[in-house]
Design a protein around this ligand. Structure first.
Ligand code: C5P
Length: 231
């Protein structure tokens, strides 16, 4: 896979106008964009259709989780839009419904194991008895069994998860921080080169690119780091 296609830029921006401006600043430096809650609920879904029509790939990070019927209907709509990736929370019932609904559309279902802003104490506070490592391991195995195409996970978990899920599943890792950049609210971070070396297939990068003084230069530097990394 081309290094540039392994970088997914998180368009965590407040408006379609801001997103359009970022996409035009990035030009050919980015080919894959992630659209999450903030932009999706501000006109981002029609914007996503435009990006797809312009030849870009789109990852809709909507982290679906509901009763199976509702998840399935939502996934059918996302498949029609032409998105490449869609996230659902890694609960077996939710993943099975999403996988059944995507049918042979080309949409890939990514399961979110444990959010990268969570550590053990956050999980215990939320009522879980398992810590991050144990819960991620359990959810990864369940996601594979339920037919998910890939996992969203921290790069720190990638090497271990590869052993659990094998070579067929895509590992998509947020929490990426080039050396020297701010960690923001991420608790489990890794540099682009280390994430690739750990077995990540795709790197999701938001603030280090969209908040950079020169987003295109920031994206190019990450792509160069991906190219030079040993996977
Ligand atoms: O700005 P930053 O690079 O931290 O953005 C990371 C992106 O990845 C955000 O859009 C965030 O919602 C998303 N994400 C994450 N951790 C997960 C799943 C998604 O940080 N486990």
């Amino acid at each position: 896979m081309d290094a540039r296609e392994r970088l997914i830029v998180a368009l965590d921006l407040p408006s379609v106008k801001a997103a359009e401006s970022m996409v035009s600043k990035l030009g050919e430096s980015a080919s894959f964009y992630k659209i999450g809650y903030q932009l999706a609920y501000a006109g981002g879904l029609s914007f996503a259709a435009g990006l797809i029509a312009a030849g870009k790939k789109v990852f809709l990070d909507l982290k679906l989780h509901d009763i199976g019927n509702t998840v399935g209907k939502g996934v059918e709509s996302v498949a029609q839009l032409g998105a490449t990736f869609l996230t659902v929370h890694a609960y077996p019932q939710t993943i099975k419904a999403a996988v059944a609904a995507k049918s042979n559309s080309g949409l890939k279902i990514l399961a979110v194991t444990v959010l990268t802003s969570y550590d053990d104490s956050d999980l215990f506070e939320a009522g879980y008895k398992l810590g991050v490592n144990a819960l991620v391991t359990q959810r990864a195995a369940q996601a594979r069994a339920a037919g998910a195409d890939g996992l969203v996970c921290s790069a720190e978990e990638a090497a271990n998860l590869r052993k659990i899920v094998g070579p067929g599943m895509a590992l998509v890792t947020p929490g990426i921080r080039p050396a020297g950049s701010s960690r923001d609210d991420q608790k489990r971070i890794m540099t682009p080169a280390k994430a690739i070396a750990a077995g990540a297939d795709y790197l999701v990068v938001g603030r280090p690119i969209v908040e950079a003084a020169d987003p295109k230069a920031a994206a190019d530097a990450i792509v160069t780091e991906i190219k030079q990394a040993k996977s």
